[in-house]
Design a protein around this ligand. Sequence first.
Ligand SMILES: *Cc1c(COP(=O)(O)O)cnc(C)c1O
Length: 417
Amino acid sequence: MSDDALTELRQRADRLDAEHVATDRRDAFELPEGVTYLDGNSLGALSLAARDALRDAVDRQWGRQLIRAWNESRWWTAPERVGDRIAELVGAPAGSIVVGDSTTVSLYKAVYAAARLRADDSRRVVLTDPDSFPTDVHVTRGVCDQLGLTLELVHPTEAASRLEGSNDVLLAAYSHVDYRTGELWDLAAITRAAHDAGALACWDLCHSAGVVDVDLAGGGADFAVGCGYKYLSGGPGAPAFLYVAPAHLPRFTNPILGWNGHATPFAMSPEHVPAEGITRARVGTPPVLGIVALEGALTAYDGLSVGDVRARSLSLTGFFLDCLDLLGIDLPVATPREDTRRGSQVSLRHPDAYAVVQALIARGVIGDFREPDIVRLGFAPLYLSHGDVLDAATALREVLVGEEFARPEHRRRDLVT
Ligand SMILES: *Cc1c(COP(=O)(O)O)cnc(C)c1O
């Protein structure tokens, strides 16, 4: 690699950063000096607004308003309010998203509700991706076991052909972006195939919400869930969101009939009367501090269109792929190179992937490892620049050329990889 080529790449990075300056929200996040953070798809960086919102919620609201904060600081309605803000990011109408439980629990509610809506004597099959994030497969299988349905593991590339002409499928439950490879699936096409076969479609947006211009309403999705602590930067364990298409809300059955989903929770009635609208998808008292932090973090999107954020994301990942080529890094790329098929990450395969990630971290480039051989690099567009991308690529080249991954200290495994 000549100095000239590197200088040329640096100039290109500067040019691209200037082109995308309108979507640069780096100032809204706390990032330590000397760190290039490529794991915003696993734990989004600390949002300054989230920290401020948390401090206010703790010191003023909890500390001084005490129980009055449920009304005065609008804690009670936070799940729907923050849901409406997320709805703007994923192409959903107001009143269709609620925030509060984990992704796992939200997915359970969605799959259960779909089964109650659509299962009958002949429709007994639920489709999901064998390569999904494990919790998605576990949850879907769990609902099938509980309701006597059949889970069929069908890869997204086969879903449309499995659905075509069938009449036994009640639900196709897929992730929008493969958490491991970063492949973006065609939400509208698979949803259409499901609908043509009389089935419903549920989408997991964990790796697309906030970075891909998701169009739930336009794509006809029936249900969706997504994570609060990844690209949305709501903080560790932030609550997830659940989308229910408005047409299904009147017949949405919550598998957990709690008092928060009741039409009149403070009437303290022993009869369960589901609330109107998305509120019926609530269960118990919401995790207020987590929701408050997420609400703060979402202000990073104020004044931005998701389309512009998506354009920045594609530019970052596209530039990274170019850097790999130009720097002579020839690891197999698990992520599709076509823009229309790529989420906001680039995954590389290496037999010592775990140690490669550890060696990168030692150089200040934080990504993560996923079984069996994936170096997973996430590009959170709001706080990463093309300059960071080039830094990461040059660090990766050093790690590979110098075989830094062979050092014993990079092979020790901790609990969380
Ligand atoms: C991150 C992620 C989850 C996480 O679920 P939790 O309930 O928050 O642990 C689930 N599904 C997918 C596809 C994910 O990427």
